[in-house]
Design a protein around this ligand. Structure first.
Ligand code: HEM
Length: 148
């Protein structure tokens, strides 16, 4: 007995004959970012949970110390951008596969895009502007390791 598997509905629009094939680059991006994310995520987990005192060492000072280094700032920002764009593009594929109405697809993909853009913007700002000891703040609001 043979069974025919229905063709998936992605892409919603047939690939353009001319110009950039964005669907193909999206497909390649999922694989490339996946490989880099394995390194970034396992490096992150190893440094935070295994090295030194492990998970018990994670507190405000730990994060402040890590983000004092441009290396960890860029590590975390790379993880943020790659994972959010990867997750957003993956969700876009799922919406294209399963959402039937044109308007439903538009609303869902608009919401995904907005969430990704806002989280990338806020996350990047937090990592690069984070200051554990802001000048001019009341001493009782600052963590104990800040010089008075
Ligand atoms: C360990 C790192 C990761 C690897 C190696 C990885 C790998 C992949 C690959 C190869 C695909 C494409 C699958 C396909 O086209 O059939 C994919 C899809 C997807 N990924 Fe990841 N990924 C990783 C992390 C993440 C993270 C952190 C998120 C969430 C932010 C995420 C969310 C998704 C989503 C939503 C899809 C679409 C699933 C689908 O099409 O059914 N992935 N992933």
């Amino acid at each position: 007995m043979s069974q025919t598997i229905e063709a998936p509905r992605t892409p919603v629009r047939p690939a353009r004959k001319k110009g950039v094939n964005w669907e193909k680059w999206g497909w390649i991006y999922m694989r490339a970012s996946g490989v880099i994310l394995v390194v970034l995520i396992f490096g992150h987990l190893f440094m935070n949970l295994i090295v030194g005192d492990g998970v018990k060492a994670i507190d405000f000072a730990f994060v402040g110390g890590k983000w004092a280094s441009p290396f960890w700032q860029w590590w975390d920002v790379a993880m943020l951008w790659l994972a959010l764009i990867h997750g957003g593009n993956g969700m876009r594929t799922i919406v294209n596969d399963y959402a039937r109405g044109k308007m439903t697809r538009g609303i869902l993909k608009g919401a995904i895009f907005a969430a990704v853009a806002i989280l990338i913007l806020l996350g990047t700002l937090v990592v690069f502007t984070f200051d554990p000891c802001p000048v001019g703040q009341p001493a009782d609001l600052l963590p104990s390791f800040c010089a008075a």
